[in-house]
Design a protein around this ligand. Structure first.
Ligand code: AMP
Length: 120
């Protein structure tokens, strides 16, 4: 189950509430997208739900429409950032071993350079 208290207490919860600054590139009623502080590609934007969902480890308890909406927001961001022609990648790290450091669901939208596979 989503834990609004826990996730709203993360740095991303603070960004949603406007308590700390972020370079927001897209927002709507359900999500916001802002530039990553430590970009791993020329375009590196994080798409997050406004409500607290700790990550895809809770996908079965999240609103499927919201999860789909986040994917569509990622497409909107990629298009807005001019990545349509070159291609782009969405990454969601789930849990510690995968590199998740912030327990508030976020989609990394990466592009602007060739992206290798497999990821590290
Ligand atoms: P993850 O490691 O998948 O949990 O991704 C967390 C991401 O959040 C990292 O890429 C960080 O660089 C980024 N990040 C952490 N704090 C901020 C912040 N205040 N503003 C923008 N990005 C942040």
């Amino acid at each position: 189950m989503s834990d609004p208290q826990q996730s709203s207490d993360t740095v991303f919860g603070a960004i949603v509430r406007g308590e700390i600054p972020a370079e927001i590139v897209y927002e709507d009623d359900d999500c916001i997208a802002f530039r990553d502080l430590n970009p791993q590609a020329p375009v590196h934007v994080l798409v997050i739900p406004r409500i607290a969902v700790s990550g895809l480890q809770e996908a079965d308890q999240a609103d499927p429409a919201l999860l789909g909406h986040l994917m569509q927001a990622a497409q909107t961001v990629a298009r807005q950032e001019g990545l349509d022609a070159s291609g782009w990648r969405v990454v969601v790290n789930v849990g510690e071993a995968a590199g998740q450091t912030v327990p508030h669901l976020h989609l990394h939208v990466l592009g602007g350079r060739a992206l290798t596979w497999p990821p590290g």
